[in-house]
Design a protein around this ligand. Structure first.
Ligand code: ASP
Length: 590
C-alpha cells in the first residue's frame, strides 16, 4: 500500500518545529468539531498530537474530516504551528503546537470499539481482555511494556558484563515433580507418552553447570498449572540464573547489583547495598511472614517471658502448651474506637485464633479489656517489651501453635499497615530471607516435601539431623522479598548424587521412582558436578512493583484470566477428533 509515511511520531513535535511541513501516522483518539474547525488528536505509542482542519484554509479537506471516527488509522500531512495563546496544553509534551492539515489519507477505518481507548477506561477487565489489542493501545498499559523492555535490557547488559551466557533450555521436557502441577503435552510419535512444560528450567540449568558453563542466565517462560491469584499466571517469566564454584554471598552480590541497576534505570532510585538479611525463623517471629513488608515497623515481640506466671488463663494455657504470646505496638493509636478494636478481634478469630488482647498504653500502665486479669508487673513487662509509650495501642495474640499465632498477627499487621497508610509511596525495601527449613509437611501432614524444591542443599551444619530430625534441617536457600512480595527464590544446590538420592528418599520416593524421574540428574552428578547454586527472579512481579500497580496481568501482553482462560482467542479450546486420534487420546466423558 502506498501512503505518506511519517516524518515524525505523534509525540515528537515541539515549538522548534513551527513552520515545518510534517507527516504523521497514527490512530484517531478523538474528534472535536468546534466553531467550524475540526480538531483531532492523533495517537501513536509515542504520544498525541493535535491536528486542525480549517474550513477557510482547505474546505475540501475539512469536509472529508467529517468522515473521521475514533480509531481510524490516518496519515496526515500539514504545517506545524503554535497553538493560539491560552490554548496550549501543558500536560501534553506536544501541547504547545498543532498541525494545520494540508493532506489526509485514511489508511484504515475502524468499527466502533467496544470501549473507549482511554487511560481511565471504565470497561470491565473481561471485556478488555477479550479485545486485548485495543486495551493495549491505552497509554497506561503501553507504559508498562516500555518499562518492561527497559528492565530486560538492563538484565542482558548486567549479566553480559559479568560473563554470564544466555542459553536457551527446552520447553518440551520430562515431567518431574518440582512442586506445582505440570502442563502436559501429548506425544504424537510416542503413543501414551507426554512432555511437560517446564515449571522452571531448574534441572537444565544445573546440568549446564555440570557441562561447565559456569555462569548461566535466561529470561524464560515457566509454566505451572496452579490455582491462580491476582499475582499469579499459568505462564510467567523468570530471570533464571545459575553459577558454579560459588557460595550464597556470590549469588547475592550479582543479584543485588542487578536490582540496583534496575531501580536506577526504571525509577532513578538508589538502592542502599547490601540488601539486609533475616533468617526465616526471625522473619516469622518478627513479622509473622516469610515475606515481610519492611517498609514499616510494627515488629513483633515475643511476650512469653513478660507474661510468665500470669494468672490470665488465656496466656497461662498457651504457655503451658509450649505456644507463643506475641504482640505488636501500633504507635500512637490508642485512639482506636471500641468498634475498631472489636473488628480487629473479629479478624483474629477469622484467622483461627480465639481472639486478640488489645491494650492501650496510658498513665504509665495499660488499659485493656484484660487488665483485671493481669498484675501491674505483667502490664509493665508488656509495656517494656513492646517499647510502649502512653498513647500507643498494643495488640497481643496467643496460641499453642506458634505459626498460627504469628501468621494471624502477620496478616493483621499487613492489613493495618495498609489501612493506616504506613508504607510510603515510592519506598522500596528489599530483604533476603535465608535459612528456610529444608522440608515441610505436605497438606495431609503425612510426608516431607521440599520447602523450596528437592534440589536445594541442606545447611552443612544441619546434615547430621537429616536422619534423626528432618524437620529441623535448614536449607541453604533464600528468597528475595521486595515490599512484602516474594520476587525471587534460589539456593545452593545439592551436587552430590548420594545426598540428592537421600533427599528424594526422605520425601518418600522409592528407589525405582527416583531412578525413573531423576535418574538423568543423579547420573550427571556422578561425572564431576561442580558445587553450584542459583536463583530465579519473577520478572512480571518486579515490573508490577516498579510500575506501582497490583495486577501482573497489566505487565503481560496477553495474559490469562484468574481461571486460566485467554478470553481473546478462547484458549483452552476443544480440538477436532482427528487431532485427538493422531495423539492417541480418548477423552473421558465430556
Ligand atoms: N527454579 C526455582 C524456582 O523456579 C528457582 C531456583 O531455585 O533457582 O522457584
Amino acid at each position: 500500500m502506498l501512503f505518506t509515511k511519517r516524518t515524525h511520531t505523534c509525540g515528537a513535535l515541539r515549538a522548534s518545529d513551527v513552520g515545518n511541513t510534517v507527516s504523521l501516522n497514527g490512530w484517531l483518539q478523538v474528534r472535536r468539531d468546534l466553531g467550524g474547525m475540526i480538531f483531532i488528536d492523533l495517537r501513536d505509542r509515542y504520544g498525541v498530537t493535535q491536528v486542525v482542519f480549517s474550513p477557510q484554509q482547505n474546505p475540501e479537506l475539512h469536509k472529508r474530516a467529517h468522515e473521521l471516527r475514533s480509531e481510524y488509522v490516518l496519515s496526515v500531512t500539514g504545517v506545524v504551528s503554535l497553538r493560539p495563546s491560552g490554548m496550549g496544553n501543558a500536560h501534553l509534551p506536544t501541547g504547545e503546537v498543532e498541525v494545520q492539515a494540508t493532506a489526509l489519507e485514511i489508511l484504515n477505518a475502524s468499527d466502533v470499539t467496544p470501549f473507549e481507548i482511554l487511560d481511565d477506561v471504565d470497561a470491565n477487565e473481561d471485556l478488555r481482555l477479550k479485545y486485548r489489542y485495543l486495551d493495549l493501545r491505552r497509554p497506561v498499559l503501553q507504559k508498562n511494556f516500555l518499562l518492561r523492555h527497559r528492565v530486560t535490557q538492563v538484565v542482558h547488559r548486567h549479566f553480559d558484563a559479568l560473563g554470564f551466557l544466555e542459553i536457551e533450555t527446552p520447553v518440551l521436557m520430562k515431567s518431574t515433580p518440582e512442586g506445582a502441577r505440570d502442563y502436559l503435552v501429548p506425544s504424537r510419535v510416542h503413543p501414551g507418552r507426554f512432555y511437560a512444560l517446564p515449571q522452571s528450567p531448574q534441572q537444565y540449568k544445573q546440568l549446564l553447570m555440570v557441562a561447565g558453563f559456569d555462569r548461566y542466565v535466561q529470561i524464560v517462560k515457566c509454566f505451572r498449572d496452579e490455582d491462580l491469584r491476582a499475582d499469579r499466571q499459568p505462564e510467567f517469566t523468570q530471570i533464571d540464573v545459575e553459577m558454579s564454584f560459588v557460595q550464597r554471598d556470590d549469588i547475592f552480590q550479582v543479584i543485588e547489583g542487578l536490582i540496583a541497576s534496575i531501580l536506577k534505570e526504571a525509577l532513578g532510585a538508589d538502592l542502599a547495598l547490601p540488601i539486609p538479611r533475616v533468617t526465616y525463623d526471625e522473619a516469622l517471629e518478627r513479622y509473622g511472614s516469610d515475606k515481610p513488608d519492611t517498609r514499616f515497623g510494627m515488629r513483633f515481640e515475643t511476650l512469653n517471658e513478660a507474661v510468665a506466671g500470669s494468672e490470665f488463663k488465656v496466656f497461662a494455657d498457651v504457655l503451658s502448651a509450649g505456644g507463643i504470646v506475641t504482640g505488636m505496638n501500633v504507635k500512637g493509636k490508642a485512639e482506636f474506637s471500641r468498634k475498631q478494636l472489636d473488628a480487629l478481634t473479629e479478624r483474629a478469630k477469622q484467622l483461627g485464633l480465639g481472639g486478640l488482647v488489645w491494650a492501650k498504653a496510658a498513665e504509665g500502665t495499660l488499659q485493656s479489656q484484660a487488665a483485671k486479669f493481669m498484675t501491674p508487673e505483667t502490664m509493665l513487662g508488656i509495656r517494656a517489651a513492646l517499647h510502649a509509650e502512653d498513647g500507643d495501642l498494643l495488640l497481643i495474640v496467643a496460641h499453642a501453635d506458634r505459626r498460627k499465632a504469628l501468621h494471624a498477627l502477620g496478616t493483621i499487621r499487613l492489613e493495618l499497615g495498609r489501612e493506616l497508610g504506613l508504607a510510603a509511596a515510592g519506598d522500596h525495601q528489599l530483604l533476603w530471607v535465608v535459612d528456610f527449613p529444608l522440608f515441610q509437611r505436605d497438606e495431609e501432614g503425612q510426608r516431607w516435601v521440599a520447602e523450596h524444591h528437592p534440589f536445594t542443599g541442606p545447611n552443612a551444619g544441619d546434615l547430621h539431623l537429616l536422619d534423626s530430625d528432618p524437620g529441623a534441617v535448614h536449607a541453604d536457600c533464600y528468597d528475595l522479598v521486595w515490599n512484602g512480595n516474594e520476587v525471587g527464590s534460589g539456593s545452593i544446590r545439592i551436587h552430590d548424587g548420594d545426598l540428592q538420592q537421600k533427599v528424594f528418599q526422605l520425601m518418600g520416593l522409592g528407589d525405582e521412582e527416583i531412578r525413573e524421574k531423576f535418574g538423568f540428574l543423579i547420573d550427571a552428578f556422578r561425572y564431576g558436578a561442580p558445587p553450584h547454586g542459583g536463583v530465579a527472579l519473577g520478572l512480571d512481579r518486579i515490573i508490577t512493583i516498579l510500575a506501582g500497580i497490583h495486577s501482573i496481568r497489566d505487565v503481560i501482553a496477553f495474559p490469562k484470566t484468574n481461571s486460566a482462560l485467554s478470553l481473546m482467542d478462547s484458549a483452552p479450546s476443544r480440538v477436532s477428533d482427528a487431532q485427538l486420534t493422531e495423539l492417541h487420546i480418548l477423552l473421558r466423558g465430556s
